[in-house]
Every structure is written in C-alpha cells, then in structure tokens.
Design a protein around this ligand. Structure first.
Ligand SMILES: NC(=O)c1ccc[n+]([C@@H]2O[C@H](COP(=O)([O-])OP(=O)(O)OC[C@H]3O[C@@H](n4cnc5c(N)ncnc54)[C@H](OP(=O)(O)O)[C@@H]3O)[C@@H](O)[C@H]2O)c1
Length: 287
C-alpha cells in the first residue's frame, strides 16, 4: 500500500517510515518542507494530491513547555493542522491514522485511562492535542487515532538519549519519581499501528508497552543497562526527587497509564514489557 507519513523527520515518523517500508509498503516521507502544519490552509490539498492509501500523521508541535508561551502555534499545528490533514485524507480518499497522547489527561487518578475517557488536559500542549483528536473525528469519524505515551526511540530526541548523555557528563542526576507511566518504544508503536491497519479497525486505540514505572526508575534502568553495555559512566548518584523540585513551565500528568484491554486481543501478539523494549532499543544504539 501507498503510505504518506507526516513528521517523517521526528522520532516516531522516522521509525514509521522504516517500519512500513520493511513491510513492503510504498512510503512517502513528508517533513515540514513538504507539509507544514502551521500553514493548515495549504495542507489539505497537498495531502489529497499524494493519493495515498493511508496517511499516518506523526507531525505535531511537541514542545510541551514552549507551548505555554506560544499557544497560538501549538493549536495551529496540533488542532488546525491535524484537521487539515484529515480533510486532505477525506478529499484524497485516503484512510487516516492520527497519533495522540497521554497528555490529553490530567493524570489526577490512579486507574488506567480507557479509549472512552474524554480529555481533561492540564497543559496547553495537552489541550491542543485533545482538540486535534476531536477535529480529526469530526472530519473523519472512521479515522484511526492511536494514543501513546512516554515515547523514545533510536531516532530523534527523547528521555533515553538525554539520560545517556547525562550519565556520561555528570556525577549526579536528579529525576522525578512521582510521575507514573509507561515508557514506549517507537518500534513497538509502529508494529502496533501497522497491525491495526491490517486488522481494518477504526476509532480510538491506546497503545503503550506493558508495565508501569516512574521516570526515576526508568532512568535507573537506562543507566544500568547502558553501563553494562559499556556506555561511558561518570554518574555516581541518581537521586529521586518530587516534581515540585523540578519546576517546569507546563504542568504534567502525575499518572499517565493507558488501559490496553481493547487493543491486546486485536493485536494478537504479546505486547513487549517496557524493560524488554528498552533492552532492544539500547542494543540498537551506538554507544
Ligand atoms: N514524545 C512523546 O513522549 C510522545 C508521547 C505521546 C504521544 N506523542 C505523539 O507522538 C507523535 C510523534 O511525536 P514524536 O515523539 O515523534 O515527536 P518529535 O520527534 O518532536 O516529532 C514531531 C515531528 O513533527 C514535526 N513538526 C513540528 N511542527 C511541524 C509543522 N508545523 N509542520 C510539519 N511538521 C511539524 C517535527 O518536524 P521538525 O523535526 O522539523 O521539528 C517532527 O518531525 C505526536 O503526535 C506526539 O504528540 C509523543
């Protein structure tokens, strides 16, 4: 099938290009130069012109803190841009898979969020992504929307890469231990997205790796595995801290766990535990 992937230079977009191509799909990677979601008026016609079987929308304004200072741009990309991608998919007779986030939730509870839960965002990034989901559903009710969380991979910037850099540079690293979620490897997200497409389902789906952890425990595991693999290690102390000691512009959900009861039987394979996927990702990283 012919697959248009937006945000093709991002961590998930790049992995999606590789993963779909490995399945034999004809992949059309579109970066900001080809499809700029901050100019939504140009996007629908451009998307339609590709005449793809599927459009995978991995493009997003993802700078969570900066979004508090430039909400207009965040909403233009994540809400209006997402709507324009959906309009383009409709116009070009393409199916659409749109990527969403755990940050649409407040994280003020202790039971995993289901696909039926409505957004309760506490940041402007989260609000822009929630309104983006709604815009996509309005235009294309049959669109696939995949909500994921705590994304990392070999490509692009993410928490794992930051920890690898810090462990080589610093003697002490402080990491918050009161935000709970599930680290999720881009390669696993792409496998799940491709499987959902094969299964011809539509609607909203949660996907993360299995297991639940804190950023502190995640950091501990990254450093332990990387050190075993011979990564340069200067760090001597990894300290857990509460979020209030790591001030940030945007509020983040304390509890970001997504319920996967809906997706497990549909995928038909065992979703990897986050720790196993972290091992796999680090094995692919040049240390
Ligand atoms: N990262 C996470 O932890 C996480 C968690 C849950 C869900 N998600 C969702 O997963 C999806 C992929 O995120 P990611 O982690 O891969 O983020 P990423 O690495 O920041 O990639 C985002 C991509 O979007 C592109 N982009 C930004 N503004 C754009 C614009 N105006 N027009 C076109 N492209 C634009 C970026 O291009 P440039 O490279 O040119 O900036 C980049 O290629 C997003 O929908 C995000 O909300 C991410």
């Amino acid at each position: 099938m012919r697959v248009l992937i937006t945000g093709a230079g991002g961590q998930l977009g790049k992995q999606a290009c590789l993963g779909f191509a490995a399945k034999g799909d004809e992949v059309i990677p579109a970066g900001r130069a080809e499809l700029d979601l901050s100019a939504p008026q140009t996007v629908a016609d451009a998307v339609a012109a590709y005449k793809a079987d599927w459009v995978i929308n991995c493009a997003a304004y993802t700078q969570v803190d900066k979004a508090e200072d430039e909400p207009e741009l965040a909403f233009r990309v994540n809400r209006d841009g997402a709507r324009a991608v959906a309009e383009g998919a409709k116009q070009g007779n393409s199916r659409l898979l749109h990527v969403s986030t755990d940050f649409i939730f407040a994280g003020d509870r202790s039971l995993p969020y289901t696909e039926a839960d409505s957004g309760t965002p506490i940041s402007l990034y989260g609000q822009s992504k929630w309104e983006g989901e709604q815009a996509v559903r309005e235009v294309l009710p049959e669109a696939l929307i995949v909500r994921t969380a705590w994304v990392y991979g070999v490509h692009g910037n993410n928490f794992v890469k930051t920890m690898l850099r810090l462990m080589a540079e610093r003697e002490e690293i402080r990491v918050v231990d009161d935000q709970i979620g599930t680290p999720t490897w881009t390669a696993d997200i792409v496998t799940a997205m491709r499987t959902l497409i094969e299964k011809e389902v539509s609607g909203t789906w949660n996907f993360t790796n299995e297991g639940v952890t804190s950023w502190f425990d995640f950091a501990h595991e990254i450093i332990s595995i990387a050190a075993q693999r011979g990564h340069l290690r200067k760090v001597r102390r990894l300290l857990p801290i509460p979020s209030r000691e790591y001030p940030s512009t945007a509020k983040r959900p304390n509890y970001s766990v997504l319920n996967k009861e809906k997706i497990r039987p549909v995928l038909g394979y065992e979703i990897p535990h986050w720790r196993d996927s972290l091992h796999s990702m680090l094995a692919e990283m040049p240390l």
